[in-house]
Design a protein around this ligand. Structure first.
Ligand SMILES: NC(=O)c1ccc[n+]([C@@H]2O[C@H](COP(=O)([O-])OP(=O)(O)OC[C@H]3O[C@@H](n4cnc5c(N)ncnc54)[C@H](OP(=O)(O)O)[C@@H]3O)[C@@H](O)[C@H]2O)c1
Length: 194
């Protein structure tokens, strides 16, 4: 907060369910109760980790930020979050450009029908699924393009067509694989110069 020069923060997320994340979550709860953090949440929590942390803490996480894009749609995880009144938020909505997503034919055709880009189709698809989405770009024109998604609507048929692109697997990490934990541990060690 000192660095940001603010008196409170709107939302803080715990990045991973690793190490002593219960203790970390309880510190977030203290800040939440003191009004220093307006909303607290988590990220990369699988349905069972999310159920666990929601069950054994006073404040239910308000958000779970997970990878969501046309190739990894998180249908089951989303239903689990809706049942627990936890808002899903997408990271890598464009899969960071992997798998030639910006050339994908189905998305291209849908975009053509609405005079919109593939990025805009993806953002619209997420918004219509009630997924909170933060798209990242360092280009001003793309930022403007990414905001320009509130003047069209995808049809039910188009939503269904996009649902068929789901592979139900991550383009980045397998969170069930212990090697993924090793990778994060190494990252933390590097950051701490250990
Ligand atoms: N919680 C987590 O574990 C986690 C993991 C990864 C990411 N995140 C967060 O998720 C947010 C977004 O995800 P992300 O940056 O990883 O991936 P992303 O939004 O899927 O992809 C960003 C890439 O898409 C390009 N792009 C953006 N708008 C575009 C457009 N209209 N047309 C064509 N290309 C476009 C960007 O290029 P340019 O910048 O060159 O325009 C950038 O290379 C970030 O805030 C990030 O911090 C969270």
């Amino acid at each position: 907060m000192k660095k940001l020069k603010v008196d409170y923060v709107d939302l803080v997320l715990l990045h991973q369910p690793l190490n002593d994340y219960y203790a970390a979550y309880r510190v977030l709860e203290e800040y939440y109760k003191a009004g220093k953090i307006k909303s607290i949440g988590v990220s990369n929590f699988s349905p069972n980790r999310l159920a666990d942390i929601a069950a054994f803490n006073e404040v239910i996480p308000q958000v779970n930020q997970v990878e969501v894009n046309p190739f990894h749609q998180q249908i089951k995880a989303h239903t689990n979050m809706q049942e627990r009144h936890i808002q899903i938020e997408a990271w890598a909505p464009f899969g960071e450009g992997k798998n030639n997503i910006f050339q994908e034919q189905t998305l291209q055709e849908i975009g053509k029908a609405h005079n919109k880009s593939i990025a805009q189709v993806i953002l619209r698809w997420l918004i219509q699924r009630e997924v909170v989405v933060l798209a990242k770009s360092v280009h001003k024109a793309r930022l403007a393009e990414n905001f320009d998604v509130f003047d069209f609507e995808l049809t039910e048929q188009e939503m269904l067509t996009i649902s068929r692109l789901d592979t139900s697997s991550s383009m980045f990490f397998d969170f069930e694989d212990p090697k993924t934990v090793d990778m994060f541990v190494e990252l933390i060690k590097k950051r701490r110069n250990l």
